[in-house]
Design a protein around this ligand. Structure first.
Ligand SMILES: O=C[C@H](O)[C@H](O)[C@H](O)COP(=O)(O)O
Length: 223
């Protein structure tokens, strides 16, 4: 199976996972990226079975709206029963690196308001240790150089993601060659640097369920 076929398989599985829970007043939390896009596409035909969605990016907002799904402001919703999103890396504790598409901050906010986080990913994302994928850090533009120096002090090789402006008007630094031994501690340490908005470690609040696409089917891993 190709990677795209595996992504489609986990998107199908995520629909099966949530469909029986959908009610007229259900508002879903929706992630960002190519895997989340496939999930959004499958939500279109179900739009009359739930109320709408909170999206973690402008791109997902547009995709949801194009399918006739109403998109709500998070502040008007409170909590969501499910947050469904992809990942750049995920480990056995269902901790993740996210933000390859620069949507990490809004993703982390919607995930924080979710009762259950369902991660959908093909098996190439499953790793023994987080850090092969460069860890994204969203920064306030004027703090970029300062934050980069602090990241070097933590052992990372920071690289400014040129030309990318987040939905929040900020910039992204990617941390290369930065294997992470203690994801919860590192998430907190980076977030404590002045000028950091957030980093792409989803460790303190990881996923609750991982739907992992493999050649022999979708494996469901729940904590
Ligand atoms: O900022 C982007 C998000 O964190 C994505 O969920 C992540 O990059 C995975 O995207 P994809 O499903 O395209 O691999």
């Amino acid at each position: 199976m190709t990677q795209d076929e595996l992504k489609a398989a986990v998107a199908d599985k995520a629909i099966s996972e949530i469909q029986s829970w959908l009610e007229r007043d259900t508002v879903l939390g929706i992630g960002t990226g190519s895997t989340a896009d496939l999930f959004i596409d499958r939500l279109g035909p179900l739009r009359d079975q739930f109320k709408g969605a909170v999206a973690s990016s402008e791109a997902s907002t547009q995709r949801l709206k194009s399918l006739g799904i109403e998109v709500f402001e998070l502040n008007s919703v409170g909590t969501v029963p499910f947050y469904i999103d992809g990942a750049d890396e995920v480990n056995a504790n269902l901790q993740m690196i996210k933000g390859g598409g620069a949507a990490l901050t809004r993703e982390k906010i919607v995930a924080a308001c979710a009762e259950r986080f369902i991660c959908i990913a093909d098996h190439s994302k499953y790793v023994a240790q987080l850090g092969h994928f460069p860890l994204p850090v969203e920064v306030i533009p004027m703090a970029r150089s300062y934050v980069a120096r602090e990241l070097v002090a933590l052992g990372a090789e920071p690289v400014y993601r040129q030309g990318v402006v987040t939905d929040n008007g900020n910039q992204i630094i990617d941390c290369f060659n930065f294997m992470i031994d203690d994801p919860v501690a590192m998430e907190a340490k980076i977030n404590a640097i002045v000028g950091v908005v957030t980093n792409g470690l989803f460790a303190a609040r990881g996923a609750d369920i991982l739907l992992l696409g493999k050649a022999d089917g979708v494996e469901r891993i729940a904590l």
